[in-house]
Design a protein around this ligand. Structure first.
Ligand code: SF4
Length: 207
């Protein structure tokens, strides 16, 4: 019997933001802040084709379903898969589209969360999927190992903790901030300066 999660539902897309910067994830999913920059606009453009559910089709025996809604009651997840392929063998194979090139493991984790949802929805095991990178125009296969599944669910747990605690993580104020679409809302330099002042006062007054 499926255990129904009573906890806040985590959006699968939040995993990528959390992997990039936990503060960015909290600003978007707890505070509802969003701003476009050249990277997000590029990503939206690259997704146009896969966002069109009517563009589902069959190619060389593979059925490609686009913009497939996903959920997991067991793990409290919700989201969408860019493409779910159903192969002639009956294998179900999720594919995530990224506009650029590979950056860390965020896409693998997001894809793994999609597979976890599909397994629960369709009651079939899913061993592999793929990430398609627009930058290289290549597909990379991803195996859903036990380690990747554990890491994915750990991050889902951390995002849920953010949602319930209401605590905004510190700003790392590092190279990531230069590319971040929320830079003007986050003010990482100001937050880092305040942290330095707080540390200085604590050392001076109490040590
Ligand atoms: S500006 Fe930097 S610290 Fe702030 S959300 Fe973006 S990456 Fe995170």
């Amino acid at each position: 019997m499926t255990r129904i999660s009573r906890q806040p539902v985590v959006q699968i897309a939040a995993i990528e933001h959390y992997e990039y910067c936990p503060r960015q994830c909290a600003l978007i999913y707890c505070d509802g802040i969003w701003e476009e920059n050249q990277h997000t606009i590029k990503g939206t453009r690259a997704h146009r084709r896969v966002d069109d559910r009517t563009a589902s089709r069959t190619e060389r025996g593979n059925r490609s379903l686009r913009a497939v809604p996903l959920w997991s009651e067991r793990y409290g997840l919700s989201g969408r898969s860019d493409v779910v392929e159903v192969h002639p063998s009956g294998n179900v194979y999720p594919v995530e589209y990224k506009s650029g090139v590979r950056h860390g493991d965020a896409a693998d984790l997001q894809l793994c969360a999609q597979a976890i949802c599909l397994e629960e929805m369709l009651e079939v095991p899913i061993k592999r999927g793929a990430v398609w990178y627009g930058g290289s125009r290549r597909r990379r296969q991803v195996a859903f190992t036990d380690a990747l599944r554990r890491r994915t669910l750990d991050i889902v747990g951390l995002i849920r903790e953010q949602m319930t605690s209401g605590i905004l993580p510190d700003a790392p104020n590092d190279a990531r901030c230069k590319q971040c679409q929320l830079r003007h809302h986050c003010l990482p330099e100001v937050v880092a300066r305040q942290r330095r002042v707080h540390r200085y006062l604590t050392r001076t007054l109490f040590e």
